[in-house]
Design a protein around this ligand. Structure first.
Ligand code: TRP
Length: 454
């Protein structure tokens, strides 16, 4: 990996840049969260809001994060301090840390479910038949107290072992292999789902929007999902941008990352919804949806065990490349700004995530009736998920777009996006317009809606 004079590591190849940012973006957000959010929020109505949020808000904010990261070669705190010292902008970093720890907590629980399903695939434990059987299996597993915690802890330890070493090169290599493999597997499953008896109903649910179903909830969820899926709003992509070389094309990388990420989410939808209708289930299942449907799909395919082992293994790796990227936010803060050793920083991150992870894991069993100190009627898992994805990420994204659009010198933004004028970026005026007006206003409105729903 090439080193720059300021000793900051950089990605080795162009493919490495894409594979790693896509590695952060693609994960449970696409395969687990997108289908269940779409299922809960009316399918096509959700998809259309989601796509609008990706194009009008997601891509501009992604460009802003990359640009700020690369031009300051710093983590989210250092970045704002470098650009506007003696101001309060680095507070965005605190929002980032808070949301990254919340996300890491509940995300690890779901990644733990993935590990359980990988284990069950290996040992033949998914050898059941009928959607009902898979439903019961998931319910009895997730409402149990020990196994979900055990897997959450194992997952967080895997994450810890990787982040403690800061092995960027390894991640780059792993993502280079894993992403294409996952993609091929998804295509095969799509073809399989498209041949199911009620494929047409499933596709209609996802692709033909019923505009009357667009409610404030749908809009808030779509924005949250867009930010979650693109890993935006908490400085992850800013940190990754700081590893870009001076020749990396920011707008192009952002567009490719967003397109691949969206493609994978839509493929997941094409796999899930035809099956949901063919198995006579309801799309409104919440977080359990994918863990009940996927094993039922595999069970019907020839060579079921191989498909499910391969799939859950790749999904586990995809989750890991995502949690590595979110852990980097607080670890970079503790090690670069607070001058802690990497081990100490990673250990603090681990301990906090373990506490949040256990609370989230228990949210389906022992703590499922908890009403959050009597204040809210939701469990820890949903609290972490809703607060981070639907409130904190959009808030972070709004501040980042205001910063890039209004506070950052226009020439600095232009230099970053055009590689010091070496490449032309025709969309520059449009991007600036989105960062100055569209993103802050739209996100603010949706954020206020979200607060109200909260
Ligand atoms: N985008 C990832 C996914 O879809 C999750 C993720 C990684 C993330 N880093 C993030 C979400 C930072 C929000 C912020 O699975």
């Amino acid at each position: 990996m090439a080193q720059q004079n300021n000793n900051r590591a950089q990605f080795a190849t162009k493919l490495g840049v894409i594979a790693t940012t896509v590695g952060s973006a693609v994960g449970l957000g696409n395969i687990w969260r997108f289908p269940y959010e779409a299922g809960n929020n009316g399918g096509g109505a959700f998809l259309i809001c989601y796509l609008l949020c990706i194009v009008a808000l997601g891509i501009p904010v992604l460009c802003a994060e990359f640009a700020i990261g690369r031009s300051t070669r710093s983590n989210i705190f250092g970045a704002f301090e470098n650009l506007k010292s003696s101001s309060k902008w680095h507070w965005i970093g605190y929002i980032g840390i808070l949301s990254s720890v919340m996300i890491l907590s509940f995300y690890s629980v779901v990644a733990g479910w993935t590990m359980e399903y990988l284990y069950q695939s290996f040992t033949g434990g998914l050898n059941l038949s009928g959607a009902e059987a898979f439903h019961n299996q998931f319910t009895s597993f997730s409402t149990g107290n020990w196994r979900p915690i055990l897997w959450t802890v194992i997952f967080l330890l895997c994450n810890y072992i990787i982040v403690v070493r800061g092995v960027k090169k390894g991640i780059e290599k792993m993502s280079n292999l894993m992403m294409p493999a996952l993609f091929v597997l998804l295509i095969i499953f799509c073809v399989n789902s498209l041949m199911m008896p009620k494929a047409k109903e499933g596709l209609e649910f996802l692709f033909s929007p019923d505009f009357s179903k667009i409610t404030p909830e749908v809009v808030v969820s779509a924005l949250g999902q867009a930010f979650f899926s693109l890993s935006l709003g908490l400085g992850t992509m800013m940190t990754y941008g700081s590893y870009f070389s001076k020749d990396t094309r920011i707008v192009r990388s952002a567009t490719i990352t967003a397109s691949l990420d969206t493609l994978i989410a839509v493929l997941a939808g094409i796999i899930i919804f035809p099956a949901v209708f063919s198995f006579g289930m309801s799309p409104v299942q919440g977080p359990a949806l994918v863990f009940e449907i996927l094993p039922s799909i595999f069970a019907q395919m020839p060579g079921a065990q191989i498909w499910s082992v391969l799939f859950f293994f790749l999904l586990f790796l995809a989750s890991l490349t995502s949690t590595i990227s979110m852990s980097e936010v607080s670890i970079a803060f503790l090690s670069e700004e607070k001058k802690m050793s990497r081990i100490k920083a990673s250990t603090i991150n681990l301990i906090i995530a373990l506490c949040g992870g256990v609370l989230s894991a228990l949210s389906f069993g022992y703590l499922s009736d908890l009403n959050f100190f009597g204040l809210f009627d939701i469990n820890f898992f949903s609290f972490f998920d809703f607060t981070s994805s639907n409130l904190l990420l959009p808030l972070g994204g709004m501040l980042i777009s205001i910063f890039a659009g209004w506070r950052l010198e226009r020439s600095a933004l232009k230099n970053a996006l055009t590689n010091e004028g070496k490449i032309g970026v025709k969309t520059f005026p449009l991007l600036v317009f989105c960062l100055k007006f569209v993103a802050p206003i739209a996100i603010l409105l949706i954020f206020l809606l979200g607060l109200k729903l909260f």
